[in-house]
Design a protein around this ligand. Structure first.
Ligand SMILES: [Zn+2]
Length: 650
């Protein structure tokens, strides 16, 4: 593994910084530097080309010193399109097409990746830096078509005219945005064309950048910092293809989103692993994954050593080969003012290497929550909101928060919510239905409308929704255990606003309702959660109630979902942590049955962990076999596991 120090170089202080960097690298055993030109905390928009010429000259001198010190010299270009824009003076505005977000106004100095003139600028900047012969040249995650201060896009004249041409119709920015957030067949076709055009434009930009770099420095590897699978899906991206367009004949290089830019608690701690792991799962095994450890805006007021340490370890668990470190500020402050990071890096290396070694050759195993890259395309807004199109991966956190391990490949049983089910063709749906499947109301409705009703165990009744005061009551059955009789809110008013009212269903004689929706006088209205075993031999669970943190993150629900998950799988989970809020397993298993188990606590209390597993657990670092487990607040522990036949629960 390598530590890769991402550090901002200022033209006035680079010589002092160079000595500072070398000293830090030697002391903390940092193998590689990724220099970032100038400071986005001084100039928040892409720099004029003459600044890049100056910085490339400085880098050439710094590179010599790094080579002499055996420190790998690489570059992270901080901005090409721009991150979050700024109302800068006209002389700082480059003559390229500005990005247009959902307010349909051009940004001031943030640019559209599809503009060929901008692509030429980006290629020129990259070629300039390639001239300093870096080992790697990382394009930052401002190479994106969304989240530039405005959330969504791009609806600029280039995007509008190319989409119109592709569809053979007339479009304006307004009608394009309306179509992208619409739900009709025609809208879907326009949305698809818009996403395709966007991705084609990104590939073209990547191609031009690569050719420019290859001409100057064929040995330099081009990598991309990126922003999470839902955002990639929204941009029509195929990440594996895009990374290979950048890398050409060399090994693809990706820095997925690392989350936790400030301190994390509760589900956010799981997100640190899940987001990186999901991004790793969608690209080839040969792609080099380097993690993002970033303490934005680089102040100890918002990010602690403790969470930075957890982040490093969770990224190692997710399969990061190396760690990019964006720990220090963007203003050249001497590193000696933050000695704790230095100590952290020294202390952590051995642990990270042990996690990486134990992780090698293993796959994530648990309840399936598969991902399809065209989710944003298939996801419709019933109220015309762009927000609704951004894929929601909350269950990636909810399930482990409930004590349930998750995998992103198809599992024995799988959770598929909402319009994500529309990413599966009919044959794939039958395959899903013949395993175990956990559906929400919208996914149920989609499948019912596609003619799969006979496999679902229920059908719409009445108006199709329960509109009015409702509460869900857990029934008395093995799925509710100690929580039988509990009431759970359906959050009626808010759910209605979001167009997510509970469904009104009639269940088949062979189906079972394990919870019921009641009115305010406790009269039964409709089933809440329905279980059914279908003629394909598969098992189905339909959660008709809205699913959000407000209604879902409760102990009784955690218990119910874990019990339902194991019923759907027809076998116990490899690991289940019962009734410990925000404490959950991430489990990797190899072909020989040996495993690596990470247990995360996003809880702020010390908790005794009620672990159900057939696995034998050994502390990864001490080798000690574990019988009882206590978790400290905001912590992660790692265990080597092996299968032991006939082992009892503990
Ligand atoms: Zn555009």
């Amino acid at each position: 593994m390598s530590y890769m120090l991402r550090t901002v170089i200022l033209e006035q202080t680079w010589e002092r910084q160079l000595q500072d960097i070398i000293r830090l690298c030697k002391t903390a055993n940092i193998e590689e530097v990724l220099l970032k030109e100038l400071s986005s905390h001084i100039i928040p928009v892409p720099f004029l080309i003459d600044k890049h010429y100056k910085m490339a000259k400085i880098y050439s001198q710094m590179a010599k010193a790094f080579h002499e010190e055996n420190i790998v010299f690489s570059i992270n270009i901080i901005m090409l399109a721009g991150h979050s824009d700024g109302e800068v003076e006209a002389k700082y505005v480059l003559p390229y097409q500005k990005f247009v977000g959902e307010d349909l106004r051009e940004l001031h100095a943030t640019y559209c990746l599809l503009d060929e003139a901008w692509q030429a600028y980006a290629a020129e900047v990259c070629a300039l830096y390639a001239g300093t012969r870096p080992d790697k040249l990382f394009i930052d995650d401002d190479f994106r078509s969304l989240n530039h201060g405005v959330q969504y896009g791009c609806f600029c004249p280039i995007h509008v005219s190319r989409t119109a041409e592709r569809c053979g119709i007339a479009l304006t920015a307004e009608t394009l945005m309306h179509a992208v957030s619409g739900a009709s067949t025609e809208h879907m076709a326009i949305k698809q064309a818009w996403m395709q055009i966007n991705f084609e434009g990104q590939l073209e930009a990547a191609n031009r950048i690569r050719l420019a770099v290859e001409r100057v420095s064929p040995a330099t590897r081009l990598g991309l910092m990126n922003s999470g699978e839902p955002a990639h899906s929204f941009q029509g991206r195929d990440m594996d293809v895009l990374l290979r367009e950048f890398s050409g004949s060399r090994r693809p290089l990706s820095r997925p989103a690392g989350c936790s830019y400030s301190d994390s608690i509760h589900g956010e701690l799981f997100e640190i692993h899940q987001v990186t792991a999901l991004s790793k799962s969608v690209v080839g095994e040969d792609v080099q994954i380097v993690s993002e450890v970033e303490n934005y805006p680089h102040t100890r007021f918002s990010k602690s050593i403790r969470i930075t340490r957890l982040q490093l370890e969770l990224h190692a668990l997710a399969g990061a080969e190396d760690f990019t470190l964006n720990l220090y500020d963007y203003l050249g402050t001497p590193y000696e003012q933050e000695p704790d990071f230095l100590h952290l890096l020294i202390d952590e290396r051995e642990r990270l290497e042990m996690i990486q070694a134990a992780r090698k050759g293993k796959k994530l195993v648990g309840f399936g929550h598969p991902w399809k890259k065209d989710t944003a395309l298939k996801q419709l807004s019933r109220r015309g909101w762009l927000d609704d199109i951004m894929p929601n991966r909350d269950p990636d956190n909810y399930l482990p928060q409930f004590g349930i391990p998750v995998q992103f490949q198809l599992g024995k049983a799988n959770l598929i919510f909402g319009d994500a089910v529309q990413c599966y063709d009919d044959d794939e749906v039958i395959e899903l239905l013949s395993r175990g499947i956990l559906l929400d109301g919208l996914a149920f409705t989609n499948l019912y409308n596609r003619g799969f009703g006979r496999y679902l165990g229920c059908e719409p009744a009445g108006s199709g929704v329960v509109d009015g005061f409702t509460v869900e009551q857990f029934g008395f059955n093995p799925f509710t255990g100690p929580f039988a009789g509990n009431l759970q809110t359906t959050n009626w008013a808010e759910s209605k606003k979001q167009g997510k009212l509970p469904l009104q269903l009639r269940i088949d004689p062979g189906a079972e309702a394990i919870s019921m929706l009641l009115d305010d006088d406790r009269n039964e209205l409709s089933p809440g959660v329905v279980l059914f075993e279908n003629e394909l031999g598969g098992r189905v669970a339909v959660f008709t109630v809205p699913i959000s943190s407000f209604q879902f993150l409760h102990r009784c629900r955690a218990y119910m979902v874990a019990k339902v998950a194991q019923w759907l799988m027809r076998e116990p989970l490899p690991v289940w942590i019962e009734d410990c809020p925000n404490i959950g397993p991430i489990y990797y298993e190899g072909a020989n049955g040996e495993g690596l188990l990470g247990i995360i606590s996003g809880n702020l209390d010390v908790m005794e962990v009620k672990l159900h597993t057939d696995l034998q657990l050994f502390d990864l670092f001490t080798g000690e076999e574990i019988q009882e487990l206590r978790m400290d607040p905001l912590s992660v522990r790692f265990f080597r596991t092996q299968k032991e036949v006939g082992r009892a629960e503990r």
